[in-house]
Design a protein around this ligand. Structure first.
Ligand code: TYM
Length: 357
């Protein structure tokens, strides 16, 4: 008898073009594991709605990401590739699972706090400050500045994506680990509340290494669409070189073996992802003995990134032009994803006592 492959699932929100953070945090891993697992990759358009996008833009972004998935090497014959909103069972299960999720635990989620603060125009509290003011602001916010409930229940929806397919492995970047922890907690809670062994507890999935956080080019924090610090897979080489050459650095090391400041460490992180170990060593040694020229490092980095992105960029155009192919891919993906989702949902309704007379 052949052994059942483990179920892998992951998704990316359709909020814009994919950047290097999405590529190294998620997409590259998706491509690498397609042969060995039961792979399910989707476009999280319902999650994108939590930030109230323009409808035309949302639709265009779904198509862009689909083309970017395929151009990066996702193969519809090996993986189930689908759009989240094509699976109505997800919306129903989201309602059911929310009955077992606490608003307190959702409000304490880091990504919720960050996004809610942005909605309200608040700064993050300094280390050690309490969040009391923030919580008051959320409850008292006027309707123009509201933090929508979809943003609060984002982790429930993400848990549903995973649990409805009974996935056990979830390849994501570091920023998603807290959501995954919540998914495990919700699965455990459901199982123990109803005395069943229904949902498996999924773990993050990083073959050969820890989850990565790809930094931006602006000196601090992660690369992110809303931070305006991204290198996109669709960036033309000219644009990409310009972005890298403008990346923030410092005045350079003054003494041998000086500690590295964050903006420079970030460039090294990018170099480690895209260049060979020899190149990385060359620049690390140059930093250590103070002979480094950041201009040279940036030039090398730009070319190494282009070597990764350019073949993908060139394929994206051709794929985008073939609408029939794109439609076929997602129709086939939806059919496969719905089959398992419908089974899970039917059983979940039974367990919760929603039964037919
Ligand atoms: P999204 O669109 O924010 O991110 C998609 C994936 O890209 C990774 N990522 C990064 N990794 C490393 N460094 C970065 N700078 C960086 N920026 C983004 C994210 O970790 C993620 O893996 N909530 C998910 C989408 C989702 C999902 C799911 C994922 C919805 N349902 C179920 C897995 C399973 C998200 O944040 O997407």
């Amino acid at each position: 008898m052949t052994k059942q492959k483990e179920i892998v699932l992951s998704g990316i929100r359709s909020t814009g073009n994919l950047h290097l953070g999405n590529y190294y945090g998620a997409l590259r891993k998706f491509v690498a594991i397609q042969d060995d697992y039961d792979c399910n990759f989707f476009i999280a358009d319902l999650h994108a709605l939590t930030t109230n996008p323009d409808p035309e833009q949302l639709h265009a972004n779904v198509k862009n990401i689909l083309a970017e998935y395929l151009a990066s090497g996702l193969d519809p014959e090996k993986s189930t590739i689908f759009i989240q909103s094509d699976i109505p069972e997800i919306a129903e299960m989201y309602l059911l699972l929310n009955m077992h999720v606490g608003i307190g635990e959702l409000m304490r989620t880091t990504s919720f706090k960050d996004k809610a603060r942005k909605c309200l125009g608040l700064k993050a509290p300094a280390d050690g400050d309490s969040d009391e003011a923030f919580e008051k602001e959320i409850i008292g916010a006027d309707t123009n500045k509201r933090v929508n409930a979809g943003l609060l229940t984002y982790p429930t929806l993400m848990a549903v994506d995973i649990l409805i397919q009974k996935a056990t492995k979830v390849p994501v970047g570091k920023d998603q680990l807290q959501h995954l922890e919540l998914t495990r907690r919700f699965a455990r809670r459901f199982n123990s509340f109803y005395g069943v062994d229904f949902f498996p507890e999924p773990t993050d999935f990083d073959f050969g290494g820890a989850p990565v956080k790809v930094p931006g080019l602006d000196g601090s924090g992660k690369m992110g669409k809303s931070e305006g610090n991204c290198i996109y897979l669709v960036d033309e080489p000219k644009v990409l070189r310009k972005k890298v050459m403008r990346a923030v650095t410092d005045e350079g090391p003054k003494e041998p073996n000086s500690p590295m400041r964050e903006p420079v460490a970030n460039l090294f992180t990018l170099l480690e992802l895209t260049s060979t170990p020899e190149v990385v060593k060359h620049f690390r040694d140059a930093y250590a003995d103070c002979s480094i020229r950041y201009g040279d490092l940036k030039k090398q980095l730009a070319e190494d990134i282009i070597a990764v992105t350019e073949p993908i960029r060139q394929r994206i155009g051709d794929i985008m032009a073939d609408e029939d192919f794109l439609r076929r891919v997602v129709a086939q993906g939806a059919e496969r994803a719905r089959a398992r989702a419908a089974d899970t949902l039917a059983e979940m309704r039974q367990i919760m006592g929603i039964r037919k007379f």
